[in-house]
Write a protein that binds this ligand. Sequence first.
Ligand code: ATP
Length: 175
Amino acid sequence: LEPKEEFEHKTLAMDVMRPRQSDPPLSVLTQSGMSVDQVEAIIADTSYSGFPIVVSQESPRLVGFVLRRDLVISIDNARRCQEGIVGASQVLFTEQTSNPVGPPPLSLRSIIDLSPLAITDHTPIDITVDIFRKLGLRQCLVTQNGRLLGIITKKDILKHMAQMTNRDPESILFN
Ligand code: ATP
């Protein structure tokens, strides 16, 4: 990394996180209530590497984070090998509860990261960069008063640093 002063401005996590105001909203999954079909539609409509999991759309409190590839593999396996799993099955990231109506649910709790790193939207970007470097993060979530606001990936940080220093992101070593 180049000397910190070059990107040590008043930039905060909220300035680097996605989505931007003009972007579509953050793609999240809810801990319960979504069907296999709905989750598959989100996977098909986006290309993100992962999805935050929240309590509900009304209460966007962070429950965990799931990688796209784990989600794809698990749903695919369940559809092929698990008795009763169909498009209408409910996907559960919570502890399994009884589901008396409808097809049996698909529990995917075991594939989620239950403690993804989250910072507040007011975290200065130089501290955010330090956290990424020291913890070797690929992404980090951004919250405000406990509500999930956005996400920052390693690439977002690299692009931001490149912008600040007027350089090609590829030329910045960030490991
Ligand atoms: P790339 O896929 O090009 O390697 P990346 O390493 O930043 O990009 P992605 O997860 O694909 O990883 O994210 C692409 C962009 O979308 C980033 O700017 C990121 O902040 C944003 N992003 C990541 N996940 C989500 C999500 N679930 N909802 C909305 N935006 C997201």
